[in-house]
Design a protein around this ligand. Structure first.
Ligand SMILES: C[S@@+](CC[C@H](N)C(=O)[O-])C[C@H]1O[C@@H](n2cnc3c(N)ncnc32)[C@H](O)[C@@H]1O
Length: 321
């Protein structure tokens, strides 16, 4: 990574790196996620209590079932603040956990979150296209919302298979589908525009608007977000990519249709307003609404709606024995 040049202030250095990042998706990922690391759990309502333990467990079990738990040794790619692996560990899915991310800021927060939960997890800064572990090291490799940031997904999956023991499993969840993402982004953009305009009106402004500096920073982050989000996936071609990388027993499932039509605008609204106004009751109403719609999606709509229209795709497979 580049160092400040002698004539540059640290603000000028950061501005230059942001300009460079628009042409370099990996640098963009480091900058964007380093920038987000400390506020990430708040922004995405991530917690390490029963709500998120159940969520992580549910995503894993939906695509990969519940046999083989606990996996003795597990690695997470693109761990962010540790949401997936730390909650899977609390759910009893795995024993020993290792977290990695290309963003040093995220690895630091993930380790801090693990310590707060009383776990020892090893954390390394690592690019998923070149995983810094020996062959045949892990029984399980997981990732949540990471594949769509990686330039060469097939290369990353080959690396996953290299570090897995023969028979070991990988599980990637929370990846956007092409069609689901198209709808979710439009709903989010509409919500953002409507909310930021309405909260500027007269008496609403003081109570509901986010301070202008925070809104400006959020808009800058959104511009960089367009650079870090590299892919959306068609479930069948994602499965074929995993097969080409050398995996067997490959399976994909999709989830969240009406839940994503509800969840994306809700999260965007929460991000666009002064959060102090929302409180715990709001969080519970939003969560329960999302749970009900997820159940409707899984139990009813998944039988009749084509799978590529759902928002999330999850992928699993194993290394040949
Ligand atoms: C959308 S965040 C998801 C974080 C976390 N897994 C979660 O679900 O909350 C994607 C994460 O992937 C990381 N990432 C992006 N590109 C990567 C790469 N090439 N190798 C490893 N991690 C990467 C980012 O730094 C970021 O922390």
């Amino acid at each position: 990574m580049s160092q400040p040049e002698t004539h540059e202030s640290s603000a000028q250095h950061l501005a230059r790196r942001v300009r460079e990042a628009f042409a370099d998706p990996k640098l963009a990922n480091v900058l964007y996620h380093d920038w987000e690391a400390d506020s990430y759990d708040d922004k995405w309502s991530i917690s390490y209590d029963q709500r998120c333990i159940d969520y992580a467990r549910g995503r894993f079990a939906h695509v990969a079932g519940t046999t083989g738990w606990p996996y003795p040794r597990a690695l997470e790619l693109g761990c962010g603040t540790g949401f997936f692996l730390l909650n899977l560990k609390q759910a009893g899915v795995l024993d020993e956990g290792h977290v990695t991310d290309i963003s040093p800021g995220m690895v630091a927060v993930a380790r801090r979150n693990a310590e707060a939960l009383g776990f020892a997890v090893e954390g390394r800064v690592a690019d998923a296209e070149s995983i810094p572990y020996d062959d045949d090291t892990f029984d399980l490799v997981v990732g949540h919302a990471v594949l769509h940031h990686i330039p060469d997904v097939e290369l990353a999956l080959r690396e996953v298979l290299r570090v897995l023991r023969p028979g070991g499993r990988f599980v990637f969840a929370g990846e956007p589908t092409r069609r689901g993402d198209w709808v979710a982004r439009r709903l989010s953009t509409l919500t953002w525009k409507a909310t930021t305009r309405v909260t500027q009106l007269g008496p609403l402004r003081e109570r509901w608007a986010r301070p202008p500096a925070e809104l400006a920073a959020a808009s800058q982050a959104a511009a960089l977000e367009a650079v870090v989000d590299l892919h959306t996936f068609d479930p069948d071609s994602l499965a074929r990519t995993a097969l080409r990388a050398g995996a067997v027993d490959v399976r994909t499932v999709t989830e969240e249709l009406t839940a994503s039509w509800f969840g994306w605008p809700m999260r965007t609204f929460e991000y666009a307003v002064n959060r102090e106004r929302l409180g715990f009751r709001w969080a519970m109403v939003a969560y329960k609404g999302w749970l009900r719609l997820s159940a409707l999606d899984e139990k009813v709509l998944a039988r009749v709606v084509p799978d590529e229209l759902f928002y999330n795709v999850c992928l699993t497979g194993t290394k040949p024995t």
